[in-house]
Design a protein around this ligand. Structure first.
Ligand SMILES: *[C@@H]1O[C@H](CO)[C@@H](O)[C@H](O)[C@H]1NC(C)=O
Length: 425
């Protein structure tokens, strides 16, 4: 279901950067599990006790941290009873760098959450547009997705900029080689922003260009970067309707480098620098590390650190100036992997996760290496499954990591999360 759509793009990475991260398999660590079980049961009892005293309704003048919920010793019962509770004051921001939230039209919960937690975001990106080839020309599709009522509600209650995502579907070889088509593409995008009152766009094209193989050709690669630059400059030349003196923005989607020795199709630190003037933010897709053939955590913390290190390097000044433009990707979805020989499974979102917790009442386990919670269960056919879904603790660790670099964050996608996640933002 949501798997194909779970990141701004798919595309499996070969030879990617591999931290020594936990893989869920076989009987390894069974005995460790028993000890873990006993220890966590004791802790669960203590936490339950602390908790009883304070969990009637919403948290007044308090948040998930003060409730003791941001812990490696999470348990299913607390997730079930607490996930829909948040601080009374939803306009208080806890994460001070930019926060971008994606919203997908196929999950309407995101639209509601964007309104409710409007102030938590600096940027909201509804996934609405595709730029496509049409005979010898181009067409921008997606206006039918645009929800003007929702946008005007948002504008009344918060400051978040609205930047719809545009995926560049058009055949890249033709688009990039022909100046007339490049101009046309940019013109379509800028015109749509002006007509609809958007504050700019989020552009996804790099993964497509990589998939078409055009980034191996240095000349095409250069044209690709020039195109993004030209689009950024064009958007910057228009002033935003909402904030006088502000320009339209361009946020560019990039994938994590596939290996420590950068390949031609990897978006690397040099590219970051090339585009740094023309682009206002880089939405970095640090998720989908694991897959059904290689079950495990969605985004091991160590891997995130390696990726940020690769992109921002060690030189202090440069990192300092570029870091605020990096929007570290945080997944609000998880995965339910089948551990049988014919590997399978796919994305789960908040309500699937809650249903699994209700049904199996599992022991939530903390994977120290990746910094993620997971649990195991057996389905009706007695097939073992491993479920990795974000927790308050796993998200808070990633926020700390981003904060330590001075980076923003980007969330895919807000409608897939649990309400109390927003208390962290
Ligand atoms: C909520 O938090 C914001 C930001 O800290 C603050 O300005 C506002 O006064 C708070 N509202 C209430 C009702 O406490």
């Amino acid at each position: 279901m949501a798997k194909k759509r779970s990141g701004p793009s798919g595309g499996r990475r070969e030879n990617r950067v591999e931290p020594s991260s936990a893989r869920v398999d076989s009987a390894s660590g069974r005995s460790k599990l028993v000890v873990l079980f006993i220890v966590s049961s004791i802790i669960a009892i203590i936490v339950t006790y602390r908790f009883r005293r304070s969990s009637q309704s919403e948290y007044k003048d308090s948040n998930v941290y003060e409730q003791g919920l941001v812990t490696t010793h999470a348990n299913y019962h607390h997730v079930l009873t607490e996930n829909s509770k948040v601080s009374e004051n939803t306009s208080q921001r806890h994460y001070t760098y930019p926060v971008l939230g994606y919203i997908t039209p196929w999950n309407s919960r995101g639209y509601e959450l964007a309104k409710r937690f409007n102030s938590k975001f600096t940027h909201l990106s509804p996934v609405w547009y595709d730029l496509k080839s049409q005979q010898t020309s181009l067409v921008l599709e997606g206006r039918h997705n645009a929800d003007r009522g929702w946008m005007s509600d948002l504008k009344k209650t918060g400051e978040a900029l609205i930047l719809p995502r545009v995926v560049l579907e058009a055949s890249p070889a033709v688009l990039l080689r022909k100046e007339k088509l490049r101009d046309k593409a940019i013109n379509l995008i800028v015109t749509e922003c002006e007509a609809m009152g958007y504050d700019g766009i989020v552009l996804e094209s790099w993964s497509r260009w990589a998939a078409y193989g055009i980034l191996h050709d240095p000349n095409m690669r250069n044209l690709a970067l020039q195109f993004v630059k030209q689009l950024g400059d064009a958007l910057h030349s228009i002033s935003s309707e909402k904030i006088s003196g502000k320009q339209l923005q361009l946020i560019y989607v990039i994938g994590p480098p596939s290996s420590e020795k950068l390949l031609e199709h990897d978006f690397g630190p040099k590219d970051l620098e090339t585009l740094s003037e023309a682009v206002d933010g880089f939405s970095l897709m640090t998720y989908d590390f694991s897959n059904p053939h290689n079950p495990g955590p969605n985004a091991p913390l160590k891997w995130i650190q390696i990726v940020l290190q690769l992109l921002l390097g060690t030189s202090g000044n440069r990192a300092q100036s570029l870091a605020p433009k990096i929007l570290l990707g945080i997944n609000f979805y998880g995965n339910d992997f089948s551990l049988s020989r014919d590997a399978g499974g796919g994305a789960v979102i908040g309500r699937d996760y809650l249903a699994l917790l209700e049904k199996h009442r599992p022991e939530l386990q903390w994977d120290e290496k990746s910094g993620e919670h997971f649990f195991l269960y057996s389905d009706d056919k007695d097939i073992r499954h491993a479920v990795f879904y974000p927790s308050l603790k796993s998200i808070s660790l990633r926020l700390e990591e981003a904060r330590s670099w001075g980076c923003g964050i980007s969330i895919w996608e807000i409608g897939q999360g649990l309400d109390y996640f927003f208390d962290l933002l």
